[in-house]
Ligand binder design. Structure first.
Ligand code: ADP
Ligand code: MG
Length: 473
């Protein structure tokens, strides 16, 4: 069994024993470093995860590991920063593990693992990546449309389809999305998605075992072959030769081929001319970094998927400040979501600004003034907060403090109590008595109510954020 597959099975078992939110955070980007003398060495790029897994989950993990592989006697958790790189094939996508878990909850069974040399239906497809889930924007419209077309008419429309572009711009997402869409339209199709690196490794393993017939059977009998990051086979002549023949055979049989790379076919270095011209013989499309409007739409979509409500000002700030890749964009969002889920922390403009600063290594945060990042808290007394709320909602102080049960007034009053508690740390008792001699349960109730509303009502989330921003938070 490949080490990745072993780790996937162990994670699958562990995901049933560890609360999902913890599992997703702490086991992200983990992978097996090696397995020798009954000791399994597991790596994570994150020092906090290393400590947490070690302290909290080692026992459960060991138990699950023994179920999968009785050989394992001990597990060591180590720090390995290279695992933070997306290209690292040792790491497993934990969201995928959890998705599979959800589907098979009724009959719990191990993930059906593709053995390296056998033909399967849809191998290595992650159902999370769909074409519908890809936000096209105006820059990537063409790439998205080409993918949809191929998914509708595989083998006829554009063959091969070649997608190129920089890191973290959605190539893998589109490739996987094509695979998933073809499978949806043609449930019997056999689709093989893999990275060029995996193709290379399998080729090398088969050469060593003189097993080329098996290899060819596997690759040449599919309806759709999707190979990600094809530039990886540069300088590997044997692999290129094998891929050339695979390509031709599939192409002649009108089977769909989809490829991705970091540059257009003719710019590929150290790849055989014959291959390059084959790659360019169908449709070549580029994915590029989307404009800020599309970046915002991507963030909104991810929030919907995760069922998290964030103030639009926060999403705008992130969208404005990420210049490299969508992966980076998602990374910041995930960090914020983790704070909300695990630490119950409501993000402010300032806290998100700090995150952006840390992330970019620069002091400048686009869309925030420098004073906003360095300034101190501007309110000291409850009266000042009451004044701010009264202005923000255009409600008189008398009404705000009075007995009206009109919905807008009630919400404004509750938000006011919430902020006095959160920002100035007044007791519930003293907050209650500020508001026409109410008692502490009113203030307590208001605090709980708003805390809950912030997580599901975008208007309240935004009001709260804007008010805190005015207070210098
Ligand atoms: P690449 O393979 O080009 O390095 P990925 O396909 O892995 O990039 O994309 C990185 C992340 O960004 C993925 O989680 C993907 O879902 C997301 N992503 C990229 N572009 C988009 C988009 N236009 N809409 C939605 N998600 C996107
Ligand atoms: Mg990729």
């Amino acid at each position: 069994m490949y080490l990745q597959d072993l780790w996937k099975q162990i994670l699958f078992a562990a995901s049933r024993e560890i609360p999902k939110n913890h599992f997703l955070v702490w086991f992200a980007n983990t992978g097996i470093l090696d397995f020798e003398n009954s000791i399994l060495r597991v790596g994570t790029p994150n020092p906090t995860a290393q400590a947490t897994i070690h302290q909290k989950f080692l026992q459960i993990l060991l138990k699950c590991a023994k179920e999968v592989e009785p050989e394992i006697q001990e597990i060591i958790i180590e720090l390995d920063s290279t695992l933070s790189q997306e290209e690292d094939v040792r790491r497993i996508d934990v969201t995928e593990v959890v998705t599979v878990e959800k589907k098979s909850r009724k009959h719990i069974q191990p993930i059906p693992l593709p053995s390296p040399v056998s033909s399967g239906l849809a191998t290595f497809l992650n159902p999370h990546y769909t074409l519908d889930g890809f936000v096209p924007g105006k820059d990537n419209n063409l790439a998205h449309a080409a993918c949809s077309r191929v998914a509708e008419k595989p083998g006829t429309a554009f063959n091969p389809l070649f997608i190129f572009g920089g890191v973290g711009l959605g190539k893998t997402h589109l490739l996987q999305g094509i695979g998933n869409a073809i499978l949806k339209n043609h449930p019997d199709a056999s689709i093989l998605y893999l990275t060029a690196e995996r193709f290379l490794n399998e080729y090398v393993a088969c050469v060593r075992k003189s097993n080329m017939i098996e290899l060819r059977k596997r690759y040449r009998n599919v309806d759709c072959l999707i190979v990600d990051d094809i530039h990886f086979i540069a300088r590997k002549e044997g692999t290129q030769e094998e891929f050339f023949h695979t390509f031709n055979e599939l192409r002649e049989a009108n089977k769909q081929i989809v490829l991705s790379s970091d540059c257009p076919p003719r710019a590929l270095l150290d790849i055989d001319e014959r291959l390059k011209s084959r790659f360019a013989s169908g449709m070549v499309v580029e994915v590029s970094f989307p404009d800020s409007e599309t970046r915002l739409a991507i963030l909104q979509r991810k929030c919907q998927e995760e069922k998290i409500v964030l103030a639009p000002e926060i999403l705008e700030l992130i969208a404005e400040n990420v210049y490299q890749s969508i992966r980076e964009l998602e990374g910041l969002l995930t960090q914020i979501m983790a704070q909300i889920k695990l630490q119950n922390f409501v993000p402010t403009i300032k806290s998100v600004g700090r995150m952006i600063q840390e992330h970019s290594g620069s002091k400048k945060v686009h869309g925030l003034k420098e004073e906003e990042m360095t300034g101190e808290l501007k309110v000291r007394k409850a009266e000042e907060i009451i004044e701010l709320i009264s202005q923000h909602f255009q409600i008189s102080k008398e009404e705000l403090m009075g007995a009206s049960r009109k919905k807008e007034i009630l919400i404004a009053r509750q938000l006011c109590m919430y902020l006095i508690y959160e920002v100035l740390r007044y007791s519930y008792d003293s907050i209650g008595s500020l508001f026409a001699g109410r008692n502490h349960t009113t203030a307590l109730h208001a605090h709980h109510k708003i805390r809950e509303l912030i997580l599901r009502d975008q208007k309240i989330a935004s009001d709260c954020l804007v008010l805190k921003r005015e207070m210098g938070l």
